[in-house]
Design a protein around this ligand. Structure first.
Ligand SMILES: [Cu+2]
Length: 395
């Protein structure tokens, strides 16, 4: 937009200068000796003479995302410490692996889906979450999606504008529902691809009391509960028009963190039988043991338990933005709490937030208190079961 405005202003100047020179009898632009115009001038001229649109079409942002199967370990390293009073959750009847087959959204470099896009070190804390999809108000998002799992899955976006093809939610076909036919996004079959188109109107962007960027979620919605407990969800960050850097991050923020307070109920995962009876070799009869079943619920932050999320680091005085969300289980009622600092959320000062199932919130922090601090869910049972992480504020 700025470039466009500069181009327009520059052309106004050029046209005025050209008119004056012509009136004075100097040939311009027609002279054989006139220096060649740079391409940017041609482009600027085209724009200057094009009909002025009332609404900027925005950028097209294309992402290549696949649903891949992974072996996910909820506790990839020994727990960092024990909270005072924390009870050990000893799996019944015996110690069990914390590794499960799951499905995760991964970002690829192009539509061949042969090269994974590497996740930058500052985003390693996102763990199980799919890649960040970013846009500004006015943009269009295209997601070229491939299903590498053996279940029907999809991508359904919260907040954005889409038609029925790109809704990515299965609830029947026919008039008013999903269109018939194979080329639709509500059930992408094993090995198949579908391109979702989501637009970002004003109503998908920050509201009057929001900061410059807000959080939405995308997730698989073929069999919602099964798909999300399998691991298929990720974040969408939408910023006000003109408020981001070239990489899509908000200009008024120094550091961002994305944390899903997410229970995973392995009983509801699409891989349940394969994990428990297959990989972990438990007898089918154990499924009726309520004590055993209770141990199949993991209280995670981005898929990590017991302080094993990579350390979240920031500097004193930085403008830190936290994007928080929750999974969709009945027990996904969370109370995120930061030690040592406060935040602004909904224009109010607090050190606690409240997340119901699938809720999305943003909180801004300017850390003023150096040290290593606890960030945890304040629901007692969740904390006892390992829903905590650490963040570090340096001078
Ligand atoms: Cu919680």
């Amino acid at each position: 937009m700025l470039i466009r405005k500069l181009g327009r202003d520059r052309m106004k100047g050029l046209c005025f200068a050209g008119l004056m020179i012509s009136l004075l009898g100097f040939p311009i632009f027609t002279s054989a000796r006139a220096p060649a115009k740079p391409a940017s001038v041609d482009m600027a001229m085209e724009k200057a003479h094009a009909p002025q649109k009332t609404d900027d079409p925005g950028k097209l942002r294309t992402y290549y995302i696949a649903a891949d199967e992974v072996n996910w370990n909820y506790m990839p390293k020994p727990k960092v410490y024990l909270l005072n009073g924390e009870h050990e959750v000893n799996p019944v009847p015996q110690a069990r692996s914390n590794t499960y087959r799951k499905a995760v959204y991964h970002e690829y470099t192009d539509a061949t889906f042969t090269s994974l896009k590497t996740r930058a070190p500052q985003w390693e804390h996102m763990g199980l979450l799919g890649p960040v999809i970013r846009a500004e108000v006015g943009d269009t998002i295209k997601v070229v999606f491939k299903n590498n799992t053996d279940m029907n899955v999809s991508m359904h976006a919260h907040g954005l504008l889409y038609d029925k093809q790109s809704e990515g939610a299965y609830y029947g076909e026919g008039p008013g529902l999903a269109p018939d036919g194979a080329n639709k996004g509500d059930a992408v079959h094993k090995g198949e691809m579908f391109t979702y188109t989501w637009t970002v109107p004003e109503r998908a962007g920050p509201g009057p009391m929001d900061p410059s960027s807000i959080l939405w979620m995308y997730h698989s919605h073929f069999n919602e509960s099964r798909d999300m407990n399998s691991g298929l969800f990720g974040p969408i960050i939408i910023s006000r028009k003109g408020s981001t850097r070239p990489d899509g991050t908000p200009k008024d923020v120094d550091r961002e963190f994305i944390v899903a307070f997410a229970n995973f109920d392995e009983m509801s995962s699409g891989y349940f039988m394969r994990n428990i009876v297959g990989d972990q070799k438990y007898p089918v009869s154990i499924i009726s043991d309520p004590n055993f079943v209770k141990t199949l619920e993991y209280y995670t932050m981005n898929g990590f338990i017991r302080g094993t999320m990579p350390l979240l680091t920031m500097k004193k005085g930085e403008r830190v933005r936290w994007y928080l969300m929750a999974n969709s289980n009945e027990d996904d009622v969370h109370a995120p709490h930061w030690h040592g600092q406060t935040v602004l959320s909904n224009s109010m000062r607090t050190d606690m937030l409240s997340l119901g199932p699938m809720m999305m919130m943003v909180a801004d922090m300017v850390p003023d208190n150096p040290g290593t601090w606890l960030f945890h869910c304040h629901v007692g049972e969740h904390l006892d079961n390992g829903m905590y992480a650490l963040f570090k504020v340096t001078e």
